[in-house]
Every structure is written in structure tokens, then in C-alpha cells.
Design a protein around this ligand. Structure first.
Ligand SMILES: Cc1cc2nc3c(=O)[nH]c(=O)nc-3n(C[C@H](O)[C@H](O)[C@H](O)COP(=O)(O)OP(=O)(O)OC[C@H]3O[C@@H](n4cnc5c(N)ncnc54)[C@H](O)[C@@H]3O)c2cc1C
Length: 456
């Protein structure tokens, strides 16, 4: 039967040997190591459709993978090895950039960096920005509703998608590519596929919103004494900079220390602080007027980038954190959001509870403060065995997720559910919500061939 699948894409675009499949089978963090019967790389929507028709006929399970940068195991097949992995890497054409309409149509396997570059080549901005942008794909960004560092100003991926082309489980193709800003003709079907993690259909292309390129940007790093001060800074920045505020990221001292220790970075602020905030203003204003506004916002202990090179250098302090944390041994990660007004209190209570129950662990709560979204990572105690630390995962999760729920937050703010949080989903969603989600899945994928065992 596998021969029939190979015929659809041609032998050159199918992999059967375990060794050559390896790069597709391991997750970025190494949490999941899968196996598959076959890796297929279709080159166009007709081939994707033919694969799903045959999968429906033969009840073969399909795991879609873009850049393989997802952090919940959703893109990795199960260990039993009977699933087919469908890689979108050959769906890599930029179909059209329409600068006048501020719309771009790209295929699902185009990397985020390629999409940004295609927009920039027409003097437009595609604003989604993630540390994984060199590898992650537009299809993956849509299927995970990716967020990143510019959400304050431009929203999540959901806010940037105008239309989708999707192959349904049956193999039918839905061409919902639109360039419209307004379309209330019936249900907004694209929303079902955004954030669906490969469980409801395979996205093959999308029309995306573009914006004016900012004329200038000003980036600064600020040293602060508490998360409360960081929240106050955010309020001040919104007040003074309005829509020019494009990013506001929290970095704890431990984060900056490991960037210095492992990534060869310098701390641009001489005095040591327990917390830091990276702040970016950008937009139609000149560098000078943005810098003036930045000075109005900033307290005393801050470093302002004087050049693009320095701005990138400041950003690298934030973007390298996940990488640097790997050098500190095992870590237990949480991707949570709470209302911004509760964020400081949430951090205070979480740190206090952790200190009381696990005094030697090293918390690293960092990330998108302006979205109320933290990557609340916790590194193992120095010198402790990693397995002993990992054995505490459930207890540590209970603290973080318990508090998140208490504050009305989400336990999957950015990275989705995948395999990692599937059981948690049942605990945080009401029976009504679970049944609506299962109903959608039954309707769109009645044989459960699309990424089974993930999300619902
Ligand atoms: C260093 C680093 C930093 C990151 N920073 C951020 C961040 O700031 N914000 C953020 O939101 N995420 C972040 N991520 C997570 C990740 O990059 C995003 O989730 C990204 O959107 C995944 O894209 P991908 O192409 O790699 O998808 P994959 O990992 O290949 O797949 C992810 C999910 O999408 C599904 N999928 C992929 N393509 C399709 C398709 N065409 N049709 C249907 N389903 C599909 C897969 O089945 C899977 O469920 C980061 C990851 C890393 C490694």
C-alpha cells in the first residue's frame, strides 16, 4: 500500500529509510522521538489532495509537519511507526505579493523568514516575528496560531490571515484564499483551521495581511526591581507611545546571567537588577522622534540602542534565552497567560510557592509581558540529577497551572496543546467546550486520520 503513496509524489520525494527520516522524527527540545512508515513531500495542492484521498480510502493516519519547530510534540508521529509524515517543505512558493492591497499569498511550506523577505522586497512588512523564524513555516504558524514578539502591535497569526486554501481529510480542496478585509457572508470557516494543529485539515496556502514598513525603530533594555515596575512601565509606554509600542518583553536576571555565561553576551546595563524589560518602539515616525518618546518612557537605568546593530544585539538577549537555558540542564516549561493586570501578582505568588516547595530550582519566567504571556520555565537545581528533577514535573506543573487557572489564565497561551498538554485540556475546558471541539473533529475528519491523538 505504501507504494501507492510514493507514486503520488514520486520516489525522489518520499523517504523510507529510518536514518534519513530522523530529522523529521525528533522535536526541537528532544522531548519526543517518533517513527513513521514514510515521509512524503508533496509539491502541490493536487498531490496533497491525492494523498488524503488515498489515506481516507486506506484509513492511513497522516501527521503534517512544517518546519518542525513546534514545542508540544504535535508535528511528531507516534512511536508505533504506522503513520505517514507529510512534510510541507516543497510547498514553498510565494504566489503573489499585492502591495497595493497589502496582501500576500504564500504556500504553507514557505518559512516565516522567507515570507518576511518577500514582503520586504515590495517595501511591505509581514509583522509576525519568532525566534524560530528561519525554520518555522507559514502553515505551521497558522496551525499553531503563532504569537511572537510583535503581538502588541499586530496581533497573533489569527489576526494576520485573510484566507486559506485547505485540503480536507476527504481529499477535497477548499479554496478560501481571499484578499478581503471585510467578509461576513456566513461562518468564518478559516478560523476553524487556525490553531487546529494539523487535526482538521492540511493548510496548503494562505493570504496574509501586510503593513507599511516602519520608518525607524528604537530598542532599549531597562533594569527594574520588580514585575510591578515592569507593568507600570508597560502602562507608561502605552500612554506615551500609543501604537508605536511594538514589543515589550520581560527577562529575569537569571536569563541575562545565562546569556552572558553561555552565549558570549555582555550585560549592557552596568548595575545588576533582578528584572529587565526589552522595549521596542517603531512606526511611521523618525528615529529621533521615537527616541524622544523612548526617553520619556524610560526610567534611569536603561541602555538605548544607537544603531540597528545594537538593536539586534539587545534583541539577541531575549531571543537566545531558550537556547542558553539548555546549558543549565533539564528544564520544565510552562507557556501561560493571565490578564495583564494580574501578571505581577501571578509571578510573585508562583515564585513564592516554588521557593517554598522546591527551594533549589531556578525559575526563568520570561517573554511577552505586553500580551500577559510568560514562558515560565524552571531550570533544575545546580548539580542535581536531571531525572530527579524531571520526576517533580507533575508537582511543579500543579503549582503553575493551578495559579494560572486561579487568575483566569490559559495553560497554553502560545504553543498549543499537541501531545504534551492533551490531558490538561480536559481539565481546563468545560464539557460543553470539549464536546464542541470533538464535534468539529468528527465532522471534518470522521475517520480520525489527521494527526490522531493530538489536541482532542
Ligand atoms: C526557538 C523557538 C522559539 C519559538 N518562539 C515562539 C514564539 O515566540 N511564539 C510562538 O507562537 N511560537 C514559538 N515557537 C514555536 C514554533 O516555532 C511555532 O509554533 C511555529 O508556528 C511552528 O511552525 P512549524 O512550521 O515549525 O510547525 P511544525 O512544528 O512543523 O508543526 C506544528 C503544528 O502545526 C501543524 N502543521 C504544520 N504545518 C501545517 C499545515 N500546513 N497544515 C496543517 N497543520 C500544519 C503540525 O501538524 C503541528 O501540529 C518557538 C519555537 C522555537 C524552537
Amino acid at each position: 500500500m505504501m507504494e501507492r503513496f510514493v507514486e503520488i509524489v514520486g520516489a525522489a520525494n518520499a523517504i523510507r529509510e529510518d536514518a534519513r527520516m530522523q530529522p523529521y522524527m525528533t522535536e526541537w527540545r528532544g522531548t519526543y522521538q517518533g517513527r513513521a512508515a514514510l515521509v512524503l513531500s508533496p509539491g502541490n495542492v493536487a498531490e496533497v489532495s491525492a494523498i488524503l484521498k488515498l489515506a481516507s480510502e486506506t484509513n492511513t493516519k497522516i501527521v503534517t509537519q512544517g518546519g518542525n519547530t513546534g514545542l508540544t510534540g504535535a508535528q511528531i508521529p507516534f512511536e508505533h511507526g504506522r503513520e505517514i509524515l507529510l512534510s510541507t517543505r516543497r510547498l514553498n512558493r510565494v504566489r503573489n505579493v499585492d502591495a497595493a492591497s497589502d496582501v500576500m499569498i504564500v504556500e504553507a511550506g514557505v518559512t516565516l523568514a522567507q515570507a518576511q523577505n518577500a514582503a520586504a522586497a515590495e517595501n511591505r512588512l509581514f509583522p509576525l516575528s519568532l525566534a524560530s523564524e528561519g525554520s518555522c513555516s507559514i502553515g505551521g504558524n497558522i496551525a499553531t496560531n503563532a504569537g511572537g514578539t510583535a503581538v502588541i502591535a499586530y496581533g497573533n497569526m489569527r489576526d494576520l490571515v485573510l484566507g486559506l486554501e485547505v485540503v480536507l481529510a476527504s481529499g477535497e480542496i477548499w479554496n478560501g484564499i481571499k484578499a478581503l478585509r471585510k467578509d461576513n457572508a456566513g461562518y468564518d470557516l478559516k478560523q476553524m483551521f487556525i490553531g487546529s494543529e494539523g487535526t482538521l485539515g492540511i493548510i496548503t496556502a494562505a493570504s496574509l495581511r501586510l503593513f507599511a514598513q516602519p520608518r525607524a525603530r528604537v530598542v532599549a533594555l531597562v533594569g527594574l526591581n520588580s514585575p510591578e515596575e515592569a507593568i507600570a512601565l508597560y502602562a507608561q509606554a502605552r500612554e506615551i507611545a500609543g501604537l508605536s509600542l511594538t514589543a515589550l518583553e520581560l527577562i529575569p536576571r537569571f536569563g541575562l546571567d545565562i546569556m552572558v555565561k553561555h552565549m558570549g553576551k555582555g550585560n549592557p546595563i552596568a548595575k545588576a537588577f533582578p528584572w529587565y524589560v526589552l522595549i521596542e518602539l517603531s512606526g511611521a515616525d523618525s528615529f529621533i522622534s521615537l527616541a524622544e518618546r523612548m526617553l520619556e518612557i524610560l526610567p534611569e537605568n536603561a541602555a538605548i540602542a544607537q544603531s540597528e546593530r545594537q538593536a539586534n544585539e539587545l534583541w539577541s538577549l531575549r531571543e537566545g534565552l531558550s537556547e542558553a537555558q539548555k546549558f543549565e540542564g533539564a528544564s520544565i516549561k510552562h507557556d501561560v497567560s493571565v490578564p495583564i493586570s494580574s501578571l505581577a501578582e501571578f509571578i510573585r505568588q508562583a515564585l513564592a510557592e516554588l521557593a517554598q516547595k522546591f527551594p533549589r530550582v531556578r525559575p526563568l519566567p520570561f517573554g511577552h509581558l505586553g500580551d500577559g504571556n510568560l514562558h515560565f520555565n524552571i531550570s533544575q537545581p545546580e548539580g542535581e540529577n536531571s531525572a530527579d528533577f524531571r520526576a517533580k514535573t507533575d508537582e511543579i506543573n500543579a503549582i503553575l497551572h493551578g495559579l494560572t487557572r486561579q487568575f483566569g489564565g490559559s495553560i497554553a497561551a502560545e504553543h498549543g496543546i499537541g501531545r504534551l498538554k492533551r490531558e490538561l485540556l480536559e481539565q481546563v475546558k468545560s464539557p460543553v467546550e470539549m464536546e464542541m471541539m470533538r464535534g468539529l473533529k468528527r465532522m471534518l475528519d470522521p475517520q480520525n486520520i489527521l494527526n490522531p491523538g493530538k489536541v482532542v
